[in-house]
Design a protein. Structure first.
Length: 443
């Protein structure tokens, strides 16, 4: 390409090299009558060569353009926008294409150009400028720029990536998300700047390769304490090959927080629904549900299952003497003592009603149930809660413990609780503050 500082000089024949002169004349003719404007700029962006087509595109002769920069012929806002994009290109010393820009002719009319160029380097490898072409896309260009403006300013994060996972195009929302200038986003690898997204992206490419008609599913992912709803779309070339992926990421962090709050609220409601309001233990309704599940599980696994029923001794007399508020405090203290003695994850302590409590012990035989019941009895006695109407002068409990093997005994909730209740009353008849195991044996 000629490297002149002015318009193409008139051709003069050379007597020694007529063939070369003919080729040069043909080249000059091609450059000056091509529908595209051919140009060169130096490292500072100043035009050093212009083909004659600049007159048709910008309405200015080459001599008026030489020494100026492309931004001298753009409206101020457009010059700032394109200047930022071109500055990043120069900084990276990379080729570019499809840079759409508005230019103003001397008569005030606007022409929309599409610019492409390649970097030029000197013998030492330093960038000395760019060589490229501009073509008039005014018929389509304004619509392209409008679409670019919408793409760039929409609050949804938009980007497209190639098969290597490199970002090809992104909007301002994407740049803000990555906390980088927009001009620096292109070329970044998703795997490096947003690792949680790369696994799904690779899977999307694999699915798109396998099935050309597949509609890729949307998905959610978390990154830096924020949640995003991602919608991918396949980009294909003219032959149908997958060349990239376009993605929209919607920030759903607020929705996720609301969902979590709703989940927490539902869990609290579920807890309240199965919790005894006074003692904080499980209530009778949950006891029935849980005991039915434990019977079914023990039946499936061929294990034993034990139940202890615990009752506060002389509790009516305690209430009558000290009052119901003191009685409530007493029940809370007894409930705490029971909970501290039953610590295995699979076991259950619940308030059965009034001053009665039930303990469900998974994979436990009658001897094991008796040991737990005696620990509970001793723990309550150790509280030393005064009881003016009790023989020992303190709060005590009686307990009945039963065990069965559901695989052979086939009990139900009611029959198992009834057996534990009968064992409890055996302990009561035997003098209270003791444990009875089975139906009528006390210890």
């Amino acid at each position: 390409m000629p490297d002149s500082a002015g318009p193409t000089p008139p051709f003069h024949a050379h007597p020694t090299f007529p063939a070369l002169q003919d080729d040069l004349a043909h080249l000059h003719d091609l450059l000056n009558h091509n529908s595209d404007w051919v140009w060169e700029v130096d490292a500072k962006g100043r035009y050093t060569y212009c083909s004659a087509m600049v007159m048709a595109l910008l309405g200015r002769p080459p001599e008026e353009v030489l020494g100026k920069t492309p931004f001298d012929f753009m409206p101020p806002a457009e010059a700032a926008r394109v200047g930022e994009a071109f500055g990043a290109i120069v900084q990276a010393a990379r080729p570019f294409s499809g840079l759409v820009n508005r230019n103003q002719r001397p008569d005030g009319s606007i022409v929309v150009l599409e610019t492409s160029g390649i970097p030029l380097f000197d013998a030492t490898g330093q960038l000395r400028g760019y060589r490229g072409i501009d073509r008039d896309i005014s018929a389509l260009g304004e619509r392209v720029l409008q679409l670019e403006a919408v793409y760039d300013t929409v609050p949804v994060v938009l980007c497209s990536v190639d098969r290597t996972g490199a970002i090809v195009m992104a909007n301002q929302a994407m740049a803000a998300l990555l906390q980088r200038p927009l001009a620096e986003v292109a070329g970044l690898l998703v795997a490096e700047v947003m690792p949680p997204a790369i696994g799904q992206l690779q899977g999307d490419f694999a699915r798109a390769d396998e099935d050309a008609d597949m509609r890729l599913p949307s998905h959610e992912f978390e990154w830096k304490d924020r949640w995003f709803y991602a919608t991918p779309h396949v980009l294909r070339d003219a032959l149908g090959a997958v060349v990239g992926m376009s993605m929209a990421w919607i920030d759903i962090t607020a929705r996720k927080h609301a969902e979590q709050q709703l989940t927490d609220a539902n869990q609290r409601l579920e807890l309240y629904a199965r919790q005894d309001y006074l003692t904080g233990l499980y209530n009778r309704r949950y006891l029935d549900e849980r005991l039915a599940r434990e019977i079914a599980r023990a039946r499936r696994e061929g294990e034993t299952l034990a139940v202890c029923m615990v009752d506060v001794d002389y509790f009516k007399a305690y209430n009558d003497r000290l009052g119901h508020l003191a009685g409530d405090d007493c029940l809370r203290a007894v409930a705490q003592a029971l909970a501290e003695q039953v610590t295995r994850p699979g076991d259950l302590v619940s308030r059965y009603g009034g001053e009665e409590f039930v303990v469900v012990l998974a994979a436990t035989d009658e001897n094991g149930a008796r040991l737990v019941a005696n620990r509970i009895r001793a723990a309550v006695e150790a509280l030393g809660l005064p009881h003016p109407e009790a023989p020992l002068g303190m709060v005590t409990v009686s307990a009945g413990a039963v065990a069965c093997r559901p695989a052979t005994d086939l009990p139900d909730v009611a029959s198992l609780l009834r057996s534990a209740d009968q064992a409890l009353y055996a302990a009561k008849r035997a003098g209270r503050n003791r444990v009875a195991a089975g139906l009528d044996r006390a210890a």
